[in-house]
Design a protein. Structure first.
Length: 380
């Protein structure tokens, strides 16, 4: 009897496994192993070693100079409380090209790699700008179908441009759901082939008509840039960003099992080097007065689009509704690089949780809190 029950159980398990594979949900096994079996419910800051990756190599490092008042003033009790409650691992304030405040928790330090999550969208968009500078792409309005001809056969796909992808106006039938293990996002994060997942998605409307944040959009943009420059995105990022910016550490860009970078996500770098991306944007594409990205392209990135109700540009979140205008890179669970041009300031916050409070346009309210706290250190 016991043997019969065991056989039935084994058959049921085999049937479930077979069903999972047939229905295309085989990524679930990896997802469960990397989350629930580790006591987690989703992607983590330090999961870079769980996936294949390509190195974004640095060149000669140019460390940030420290301000004369570096860490001389303590964080306010309110800021420190919030940072700890949201399980922050890094918090930096950079002003006038120097680090003013630098703090780490949970055994992190200035060299510890941390998952960018969707902050990678900004970097992918910067690579688009560089590919245009290099003559590999005509302009942001170039049709996606010039890189993937099969899209020219779709009544909506034929109208898709690179600008539509960078501005989150792709028109795809794609729902960004980070909690559902059966979602397209989960498949993209834990799956084995990015192209298999992305190219199965359909269009629900004409591109350029509606803003909708979709992880599939920067992934498609990464596909196009990769084809245009004829090299892995990680190599291009190394040559055009990491080396000329004097990044202090190599970074790792997570790939699928075929070696294609997840351009919607997952650049594992550190707070200081993420801050350099913010510094490049703050200075309109220049580093040490040397143009790395065309200033006009950066202006396009930081100009809010009409369809986003003023909250998004090209690869960047934007808030010009407040007294202190700012724009920012934003990743899952509150990864932020906040640029405040009026005060020549960059704020970097990395961590495990994000405050749920939103403003009237569904932007994280804590960003204004971070800015107001950072300005307490402003001496100029």
């Amino acid at each position: 009897m016991a043997k019969k029950i065991l056989n039935i159980v084994l058959l049921l398990i085999a049937g479930i496994i077979l069903t999972v594979y047939i229905t295309g949900y085989n990524y679930l096994f990896r997802g469960i192993r990397l989350t629930y079996l580790k006591g987690e419910t989703g992607p983590m800051l330090n999961d870079g070693t769980d996936f294949p990756s390509k190195t974004i190599s640095r060149g000669n490092p140019k460390p940030w100079p420290l301000d004369i008042n570096y860490n001389k003033t303590a964080l306010s009790p309110e800021l420190e409380k919030h940072l700890k409650e949201t399980k922050s691992v890094s918090f930096l304030i950079i002003q006038h090209g120097k680090i003013l405040q630098e703090h780490y928790w949970e055994n992190y330090n200035k060299a510890t790699p941390s998952n960018s999550f969707s902050m990678a969208n900004t970097i992918t968009t910067l690579l688009l700008g560089k590919a245009i500078d290099d003559g590999r792409i005509a302009n942001i309005n170039q049709p996606f179908s010039t890189f993937y001809q099969e899209f020219s056969n779709d009544k909506f796909g034929k109208n898709l441009t690179l600008a539509n992808l960078a501005s989150m106006e792709a028109g795809l039938d794609w729902k960004n759901d980070y909690k559902n293990p059966l979602s397209q996002n989960a498949a993209l994060y834990y799956g084995f082939s990015l192209s298999d997942i992305i190219f199965k998605s359909k269009f629900k409307q004409n591109p350029g008509e509606q803003f909708e944040y979709q992880s599939a959009a920067p992934q498609l943009l990464g596909f196009a840039v990769g084809r245009a420059v004829e090299m892995p995105l990680s190599f291009y990022a190394s040559a055009k960003l990491w080396k000329p910016l004097g990044m202090e550490q190599n970074a790792e860009w997570t790939t699928d099992d075929l070696g294609i970078e997840k351009s919607f996500c997952c650049i594992h770098s550190n707070a200081r080097d993420f801050g350099k991306i913010g510094y490049l944007l703050l200075n309109k594409g220049k580093f040490e007065n040397i143009p790395l990205i065309n200033e006009n392209f950066v202006d396009q990135m930081i100009t809010p689009t009409e369809h986003s109700n003023g909250t998004y540009g090209l690869g960047l979140r934007i808030n010009y509704d407040t007294k202190i205008h700012h724009y920012y890179m934003h990743g899952f669970n509150g990864q932020y690089v906040i640029i405040v041009p009026e005060y020549d300031m960059i704020i970097v916050r990395l961590g495990n949780e994000e405050s749920p409070e939103k403003d009237f346009k569904n932007r994280p309210k804590e960003i204004e809190f971070y800015i107001n706290e950072a300005l307490k250190f402003d001496k100029n």
